[in-house]
Design a protein around this ligand. Structure first.
Ligand SMILES: CSC[C@@H](O)[C@@H](O)C(=O)COP(=O)(O)O
Length: 340
């Protein structure tokens, strides 16, 4: 049975306005839908670092528009590219988008040509998301339940989403009957952002505490865990939001399948293994407080890695717009993504 869902394409969290970049401020959702206008590359860099815009594809797209703003202002491009690159270390989409813009600059592109390139990056991401939605949802048996982690939807991409795109497509096709989202401590991307998107779409979903995931799996309510990725190494290891690795271990233990959905711009064939991926460490303050209210005794400290690496051996399928790699390994990755 097909389920009617609202027009999920309507969320465009990254919007180019000709002389500024409008970003839906993800720090304030769901309490407030406010927009930040970035008028310089430096402003875009700060917005990426502060998580105004987040999610691997979205930060690549935002950075590409940051390059256009810098070109309009006649800034020194090598240092702009360097600064934007340093905004966050783990999501390779950021580096990929800046390399693509950098190649255009080297070829002598003017502001108009750079604008076309940034728009192409954004449009290609949208097309990839819809393709992954079809490919990923086709792997799911009818009447399944799924658990997702972090936010991989329209907010994290040009629109529609990666893992959340598969969930949208799977719900629309009647394959997915139950959706669960982990709250994703400490920044609460699942609770604040994924639930916001799902409610807007009219997709019934239940939020769970991250620590409820193994219990949920044991009860037989989910058949797939579906996540996105920030970087996929050449051997199929996947860096994604902290907690993904624990979900993969629990999923394998309970016979629940594990799907990673990411555009080819997240694949990094130059990085051999997951352990070579830099894992971003963020300010311990993000863990020591909830919504600005300190929850931990003064004087306590914290360790706040915001990504982890799931080994390829725990992954049943990697879905990209280029196709599906089942039980990924170096050979499967090379077959789909040959060296240039
Ligand atoms: C389509 S987004 C895929 C990933 O970027 C997502 O799962 C994630 O880990 C985002 O982390 P964030 O720290 O919110 O940028």
């Amino acid at each position: 049975m097909m389920t009617a869902i609202a027009d999920h394409d309507s969320i465009r969290a990254v919007q180019w306005c000709g002389d500024c970049l409008r970003l839906l401020d993800q720090r304030r959702l769901p309490a407030e839908e406010s927009w930040l206008e970035c008028r310089s590359a430096q402003h875009v860099r700060d917005a990426i670092a502060d998580l105004v815009v987040r999610g691997a594809p979205a930060i690549g797209i935002a950075a590409a528009w940051g390059v256009v703003l810098a070109a309009q202002a006649g800034e020194d491009m090598p240092s702009v590219l360097r600064d934007l690159r340093a905004a966050r270390p783990t999501a390779v989409n950021l580096m990929w988008a800046l390399d693509r813009m950098g190649t255009c600059i080297e070829a002598g592109a003017d502001v108009q040509a750079l604008t076309r390139e940034a728009q192409a990056i954004q449009d290609e991401d949208m097309a990839a998301n819809h393709r992954m939605g079809k490919l990923g949802s086709a792997l799911i048996d009818r009447s399944s339940g799924v658990l997702t982690h972090c936010n991989t939807g329209s907010l994290a991409t040009s629109g529609f989403g990666t893992a959340l795109g598969v969930i949208r497509a799977g719900v629309a096709a009647g394959r997915i009957e139950r959706v669960f989202a982990g709250e994703t401590r400490p920044w609460l991307q699942g609770a604040r952002l994924t639930m916001w998107e799902l409610v807007r779409d009219g997709i019934p979903a239940k939020l769970i505490a991250d620590s409820a995931a193994a219990h949920l799996m044991r009860g037989g309510q989910v058949q797939w865990v579906i996540i996105g990725a920030d970087r996929i190494a050449a051997n199929g290891d996947v860096a994604n939001k902290i907690g993904s690795y624990a979900l993969a271990i629990a999923a394998r233990h309970h016979g629940v399948k594990f799907m990673v959905v990411a555009p080819s711009t997240t694949v990094d064939m130059a990085t051999a293994r997951g352990e070579d991926i830099e894992i971003e460490l963020r300010d311990p303050k993000e863990l020591l407080a909830i919504a600005g209210v300190r929850t931990v005794v003064d004087g306590a400290s914290a360790w706040n890695p915001v990504f982890d690496v799931t080994p390829a051996s725990l992954i049943d399928a990697i879905v990209t717009e280029c196709g599906v790699i089942e039980r990924p390994d170096t050979e499967g990755m090379r077959a789909m993504f040959p060296a240039p």
